[in-house]
Design a protein around this ligand. Structure first.
Ligand code: HEM
Length: 420
C-alpha cells in the first residue's frame, strides 16, 4: 500500500494541543478509524525551532512510519526547513527568528553532514560501551533514592527521575553536575512552550555555556563524550552536537520512568508480578517504551517533491511528523496493542525511531530505565501513585510526552546515616 496510488483529499486539518500532548491515543484511534492515512494537522504550541500553529502532515500507521523513515525524499536540514516552517505557519517570517546555532546538529541534518557528525560518537554509545557504565548508573540511582529516603511521599518526576537521569547524562557527557540547575532550566524553555524572547534568551545562554565548556575540554585530556566532540569537530558543530545529546539525553528517559510507573499503576496485576520478580524488569521496560512511547511525534521532516504515502499525496514543501506513539499501537502490526503486557517483549516497536536517525542513546536509555525500576522495586516495596489522574499536569510538547510531577509513596526506608 505504501508509496502507491495517490489520492488527495481536502479535509480540515486536525488541531492538536494540550489534550493531545497529555494522551495522544484518542486522536490516533480516530485517525485509525478513518483508514489510518496520513492526515493534515496543526500543532498548536511551538517548541525550539517550531513556530506555534504550524501546519504539517502526520503519519501514523506502522507501515507508513517505517516507509518514511527509510525514504530519502523525506529530508532533514535545519537551514532548508526554516523557510518551510515560515511558509507553513501564520507567524510567517517571524518563525525564522526561532533559528539558533544549537539546532544544526545530527538530528537535523541528512548525509553527508549527518554521517560526519554522528560517526565520532557511535563508539561511545554502542551496547558494549554502555554495558561498562552499569555500576556507575546503579550508584547514581542509589544516590537519587537516598535523597528521598525516609519520606512518606515524594515526587517521582522532580525528586527522582530528573535528578537521576540528569546525573547519568552529566557523567556520560562530562558536564559538571553543579551546572545542572541552569542547563535544565534552559532545556525546559527550549523544548517546551515559551515566548520568543525567553526562547532566544535561553538558547543564547546555552550556546555560551556549551562553547565555554567545550573550549576547556579541548585542552584537557579527559575521555568523556564532550571532550571527544571538542577534539573532533569545529566549535559551532561541537556546540550543536553537545546540545542534541544534552537535550535528547535525559528528559525522554525521565519521562519513560514516570509514565512507566503510571502504566504499572493502571495494571495492578502486572505491577504485582514485577514487584515480586525483578528479572521481569528488562521486558517491562521494553513494553513501557512501546506502550508509552516517550517520543510521541518525531522531529520534523519535509518533502521537496510530492510524495505518496499509504495512498495519500503529501505535497512538495510539506512538513511531516511521524507518530511513533501511534505506530506502536497499530493493530496491523501488534496483537492487542493497547494492552500493557510485561512478558510480551515486542522489540520491533519504534519508540527509538529507525533508519539513519535512530536514537543513538537507546542502549543508555534502556540501561537507565532498567536500573531505575530495579532500584525502585528493591527499595520501595509498597510504592504507589498518589496524584489523582485529574490533577496530573503534562508538558506542552508534541514530541516529549511527560508529566510535570507525579507524587508517589511511601519512599525508601531512611538510611542508617539519617536515622543516627
Ligand atoms: C527513553 C529514552 C529515549 C527515547 C524514547 C528516545 C527516542 C528517540 C527517537 C524516537 C529518536 C529519533 C527521532 C527522529 O527520527 O525524528 C531519537 C534520536 C536521538 N536520540 Fe534518543 N531517545 C531516548 C534517549 C536518548 C538518550 C539517553 C540520548 C543521549 C545519550 C539520546 C540522543 C538522541 C540523539 C542525539 C538523537 C538524534 C540521532 C540522529 O539523528 O542521528 N536519546 N531518540
Amino acid at each position: 500500500m505504501t508509496g502507491r496510488n495517490s489520492e488527495s483529499e481536502s479535509v480540515c486539518p486536525l488541531s492538536l494541543g494540550y489534550d493531545f500532548y497529555r494522551d495522544p491515543q484518542p486522536v490516533y484511534r480516530e485517525i485509525r478509524g478513518n483508514g489510518g492515512k496520513p492526515t493534515e494537522i496543526v500543532l498548536e504550541t511551538g517548541m525550539a525551532y517550531l513556530p506555534p500553529n504550524l501546519k504539517a502532515w502526520l503519519v501514523t500507521s506502522y507501515e507508513d512510519v517505517e516507509f518514511v523513515l527509510r525514504d530519502p525524499r523525506f529530508r532533514k536540514s535545519i537551514n532548508e526547513a526554516m523557510p518551510l516552517f515560515a511558509a507553513n505557519s501564520p507567524a510567517g517570517a517571524r518563525a525564522q527568528g526561532r533559528s539558533s546555532l544549537l539546532y544544526d546538529n545530527m538530528a537535523n541534518n541528512d548525509p553527508p553532514t549527518h554521517t560526519a557528525l554522528r560517526k565520532p560518537l557511535n563508539g561511545a554509545f554502542t551496547s558494549r560501551a554502555i554495558t561498562t557504565k552499569r555500576r556507575v548508573v546503579e550508584e547514581l540511582a542509589e544516590a537519587a533514592l537516598d535523597a528521598v529516603a525516609g519520606t512518606t511521599d515524594f515526587d517521582l518526576v522532580q525528586d527522582f527521575a530528573f535528578p537521576y537521569s540528569i546525573s547519568v547524562i552529566c557523567d556520560t557527557l562530562g558536564v559538571p553536575a553543579e551546572d545542572r540547575r541552569e542547563f535544565h532550566s534552559w532545556v525546559q524553555t527550549i523544548t517546551g512552550e515559551a515566548t520568543p524572547e525567553a526562547l532566544r534568551r535561553d538558547a543564547a545562554k546555552m550556546v555560551d555555556y556549551l562553547s565555554e565548556l567545550l573550549r576547556q575540554k579541548r585542552s584537557g585530556g579527559a575521555e568523556d563524550v564532550l571532550s571527544l566532540l571538542a577534539r573532533s569537530l569545529d566549535e559551532p558543530q561541537a556546540v550543536a552536537q553537545a546540545y542534541a545529546l544534552l537535550a535528547a539525553g535525559y528528559e525522554t528517559t525521565a519521562n519513560l520512568i514516570a509514565t512507566g510507573m503510571l502504566t504499572l499503576e493502571a495494571s495492578p496485576e502486572q505491577k504485582k508480578r514485577l514487584w515480586s520478580d525483578r528479572s521481569l524488569v528488562p521486558g517491562a521496560v521494553e513494553e513501557m517504551l512501546r506502550h508509552q512511547s516517550p517520543f510521541n511525534l518525531s522531529l520534523y521532516r519535509y518533502v521537496t517533491e510530492t510524495a505518496v504515502v499509504g495512498g495519500t499525496e503529501i505535497p512538495a514543501g510539506s512538513i511531516v511528523f511521524l507518530a511513533f506513539a501511534a505506530a506502536n499501537r497499530d493493530e496491523a502490526r501488534f496483537v492487542d496493542p493497547d494492552t500493557f503486557a510485561i512478558d510480551k517483549v515486542r522489540r520491533e516497536h519504534l519508540a527509538f525511531g529507525g533508519g539513519i536517525h535512530n536514537c543513538i542513546g537507546k542502549h543508555l536509555a534502556r540501561l537507565e530505565a532498567e536500573v531505575a525500576f530495579d532500584a525502585l522495586i528493591r527499595r520501595c516495596p509498597e510504592l504507589a501513585v498518589r496524584t489523582p489522574a485529574e490533577s496530573m499536569r503534562w508538558k506542552a510538547s508534541p514530541t516529549f510526552r511527560g508529566l510535570r510531577s507525579l507524587l508517589v509513596g511511601p519512599g525508601p526506608a531512611a538510611t542508617a546515616e539519617e536515622e543516627a
